[in-house]
Design a protein around this ligand. Structure first.
Ligand SMILES: NC(=O)c1ccc[n+]([C@@H]2O[C@H](COP(=O)([O-])OP(=O)(O)OC[C@H]3O[C@@H](n4cnc5c(N)ncnc54)[C@H](OP(=O)(O)O)[C@@H]3O)[C@@H](O)[C@H]2O)c1
Length: 280
């Protein structure tokens, strides 16, 4: 029997793809989603691939994450792997973003991820083995305009993962970060637009229009997230996985430039790429 893996946010995109790829790689997958009425796409994808997963309800922001995970452990057994994938991005200029939108992103991307991680840790420690894959983003390495809160949440995930790695390796638990660039998933076409659509006039309107157009064009051209799902399954299966996995040409290019190029030069490249005005 394959190792047991719990994945959050599997109703679409990267989480769905990870569920299918992990099942195809031989893992027993508990695919969780906050609304199980949205399971149709996952059911179709698993059927098409000839694999099966168990679907369970889990809202990572709910107050009862700990008892819920305990219930799942009793039902399925201890989890070897945890894929913290659930997340959302609400675009818009930071100054104009509503407090609710700021908090929702932190509640989901950071506090939700922390709650699920804390809930699985006791059984992983008891088993002296485990693997936690945190789905971060290129925004966890490089901040771009109009996704400032999202970038802040992903930088938080990076910092948490870097520290946790050292806390947990003595217990036989590996922590890995996955940092995708742009992949074609609903994240760009639903929530990101919700924020960006708010101000039609005001100090950030020209910037918003320009950058949102660029983001959406990039997302339209982007690949389906299958390669991210495969990378996650690969990290769960490897004997000794690498800590950081950057996925996508755009992400690899940005991370390399950020590391190699002096900040002034990097900044002028970003300005040119995004066609950003500079007043001085
Ligand atoms: N797509 C990209 O280019 C990209 C790049 C870098 C990083 N990422 C990261 O990849 C992860 C997956 O995003 P995606 O691109 O695949 O977008 P997506 O298709 O919108 O998937 C997000 C998933 O998270 C779920 N979710 C949201 N809030 C939740 C909550 N409170 N509890 C449980 N599940 C919740 C969504 O469920 P509902 O269906 O109920 O909304 C959905 O299943 C995110 O962490 C995102 O930041 C994506």
């Amino acid at each position: 029997m394959g190792n047991l893996v719990l994945i959050t946010g599997t109703s679409s995109g990267i989480g769905l793809s990870a569920a299918v790829e992990c099942a195809a790689a031989g893992f027993r997958v508990v695919a969780t989603m906050r609304d199980v009425d949205r399971r149709k796409a996952l059911d179709e994808a698993t059927k098409a691939r000839g694999v099966s997963v168990s679907v369970e309800q889990l809202d990572v922001t709910a107050g009862h994450v700990v008892p819920k995970i305990r219930e799942l452990v009793l039902k399925y057994g201890p989890f070897y792997g945890l894929v913290n994938n659930a997340g959302l991005a609400i675009g818009g200029a930071f100054e104009e973003q509503s407090e609710a939108d700021v908090r929702e992103q932190f509640e989901t991307n950071v506090f939700g991820l922390m709650a699920v991680t804390r809930a699985v840790l006791p059984t992983m420690r008891a088993a002296k083995r485990g693997r936690i894959i945190n789905v971060s983003s290129i925004s966890g390495r490089v901040g771009l305009p109009l996704v400032s809160t999202y970038a802040a949440t992903k930088h938080a995930v990076e910092g948490l993962s870097e520290s946790l790695r050292w806390e947990l390796e003595g217990f036989g638990i590996d922590v890995c970060l996955v940092e995708p660039g742009t992949f074609k998933t609903p994240i760009f076409f639903e929530h990101l637009r919700r924020g960006a659509a708010v101000p039609t006039s005001g100090p950030y309107s020209a910037l918003t229009e320009m950058v949102e157009k660029l983001f959406l064009e990039e997302a339209e051209k982007a690949s389906e997230p299958d390669s991210v799902g495969r990378a996650i399954a690969g990290l769960l299966g490897q004997e000794s996985p690498r800590f950081r996995t950057v996925i996508g040409t755009d992400a690899r290019t940005l991370v390399t430039l950020r590391r190699m190029v002096p900040d002034r030069l990097f900044a002028s490249g970003i300005r040119r790429l995004l066609n950003l005005p500079r007043l001085r």
